[in-house]
Design a protein around this ligand. Sequence first.
Ligand code: 3HC
Length: 315
Amino acid sequence: MNDSEKLLESEERIHEFEARIARGEKIEPGDWMPAEYRKQLIRMISQHAHSEIVGMLPEGAWITRAPNLRRKITLLAKVQDEAGHGQYLYHAAETLGATREEMIDALLTGKAKYSSVFNYPSLTWADMGMIGWLVDGAAIMNQTMLAHCSYGPYSRAMVRICTEETFHKKQGMEQVIKYARGTPKQKEMAQDALNRWWWPSLMMFGPHDSNSPNSAQLIRWGVKTKTNDELRQEFINKMVPDLQLLGLEIPDPDLHYDKASGNWVSGEINWDEFWRVLKGDGPCNQERMQARRAAHENGVWVREALNAYAERYEH
Ligand code: 3HC
């Protein structure tokens, strides 16, 4: 086939691929897909998986300091769920041809990203409630959208993950309500946690649509069905009335309600901070990477034992 025939063939194939997505069909691992579609999904799914695994660290630090057995068991269950979500998502990325080694190497060498929200410190027990309600609440908003994603394995992983995230959000909400209606000290702790987690949670939805290099293609190919700003606005509209009902103050002096659109209009996110944390200069980036590198190092013997077993008994 000469170059122009190849070009025509690939244009026809992309046209048919996009027609499949327009019909609402799911693209499965063995189906033909543009190389760029595969590349985008490996990027997005592997970074989603990294976020789940690194996301275990801020909460894991509080398991041994939970105020009672019930809270300890709940937090333990949540952190274990996140580990499972990470495995789910690494597997989904592997269906596209990515290897676990490549993905983990990309994380540990700093080539791959994970959600910047996890580069902030969890300073008090009240953070456990606020992370559950805000961070997992934002994740649910994003992941509910992704459950409609055009790539079969990713959308199906989202259905399972969203079910568990709903428990994560509810347990967080319950804690924040208890603190906001508790002693003055407890309410002060809830407000302090809100002050520190509100803006990093808004950043989870990504840069403004006008500054989102990946969104146009992801929307065109049905990976994203809503834009970064649309989801962020839905999150703000949901969260503001609930938090204000508890007598908590949103740490945004420019926040105001716009009657015409029915939206709570947020002040501007500090995008310098956003990009600075993405580049590795956040409060906990070093600590998070050290923890992941140490875990990987300490796990060498497990991987060697599993590979030896597979060599001996599975070939
Ligand atoms: N943290 C870190 N990086 C971010 C980011 C954030 N909050 N928001 C955007 N970025 C990065 C993107 O990865 C991209 O960089 P890259 O091209 O090198 O990967 C760059 O900033 C530009 O952003 P775009 O908007 O162009 O990127 P996307 O179109 O991929 O949108 C996204 C970003 C909304 C995070 C999208 O990738 C997405 O929906 N990912 C899947 C969901 C996910 O990863 N969620 C993370 C949280 S998981 C979680 O919270 C676990 C829960 O259990 C608590």
